[in-house]
Design a protein. Sequence first.
Length: 492
Amino acid sequence: MTVDRHQLTMSGTGRDGVQHYEDALDALLFFRPEVVDRAADVLRVSPDAPLGHALHAYLAVLGTEERDTAAARAPFARFRGALDETRITPRERLHLAAAGACLDGDLHGAARLLDELSVGWPRDALALLAGHQLDFLTGDAGRLRDRIGGALSAWDQEDPHYGPLRGMYAFGLEESGHYEQAQEAGLDALDRNPRDVWGVHGVAHSFEMRGRFGDGLRFLDARTAHWASGNFLTVHNWWHYALFALEAGDTARVLDVYDSAVHPPDAEPLAMQLLDASALLWRLHLAGQDVSARWERLARDWAGRADGAHYAFNDVHIVMAYVGAGRIKDAEELIADRRRWLASVEDSYGTAPSTLSNHAMTARIGVPVCEALVAYGTARDRAAVDLLLPLRHRLAEFGGSHAQRDAVQKTLLEAALRCGRDEVARALLSERIALRPSCPYNWLAQARLADRLGHHAEAATARHRARLQAKEGGGRGAGRDVNAPGAGTRLV
């Protein structure tokens, strides 16, 4: 037995294996692609390393790639079948149990096991990162925050991994509504390592949720060299950039980002990246922009993957692409396939299984949201409203972030505006404006509703507010200057 840098025991792992494991963790915490090769190196030199096998399993699951998960099951099962678990540590047993639950589709169960692990061994960076990502995939904002917050006091602030933990904490704080604290935690992470792309991501989210799109653009522009290439979050952070530009009304800039960074011609059809492409085009679609040529290529990329029922959040974005491309039959067939899958699983288990996370995600959220998107795309707006209205306060159940799920919330609002469900539209707009009065979109939608009701003076005032907010970039908040890495000046 050997130990890692935090004096945590690693069974079946020689010194070279530990070094490769540490290198893999460094790459993983900063979302660098070399994590794949470093993880392979662990098992190449230490094929009996439990944590090497757990790391492989987590990597196979967290990208939401169905084929990767399927390919990882057999070798992981062979390793566990041959392992005498009495000869490894309790921490390693928990990792293997959590990794196995992940591969079996029990994301919630895996997250709970990693909770237990992080309480007992709070300086296990792999447990914290894997758990944090599972919390994101399952939409659990409380755990996303408290898993990291509960471990921070056990860490030396000079530890090289403390900064990435602050970056993770920033995202958990933001998803839980603590936007100012999220910004500060994210900037602290970036002071420690400017290339902490998850920290960049957390700060970007904090601006998005406050409607501070001007600050968001300036923040990302100032740090482009640190986040805009060479990491697994490149596309997603460009997606955030495009959201800020869309709120600013700069559609040309949005399309340029889409074509050059989010879904360029040579883009590999990875689920997480196609998801961002769908989410961005759908927002343009809701804004009345004609992006039909882009939809068709994106729909072809999704169709070429031939995804089965694996992660309902992805299914929703596949359907967005099909609806946007006018491939309604393909969207309806996907929905029918997921319904058949739900029934087959229930027949197999004899009931709705509690250990297959995607079953509940698909049944409770995925299928009805997909049906609502098809209804919206075929001008059956009342049906879209009826499907989405009961779901809007529990959309988090199928994963993602508030910013990502806002595409569905906007679909509900747009459907209500189009079909004359004025009371629903009024309530939704009142909520949105109360939370983010700096967003031009909210005021422009308010103007459309007021015009519809014949309140033309109110509509003119709302349009004026939209222009004012677009000019001001959503306002600027107090705190550190976000536009220069490591700066300590104040915003004015």
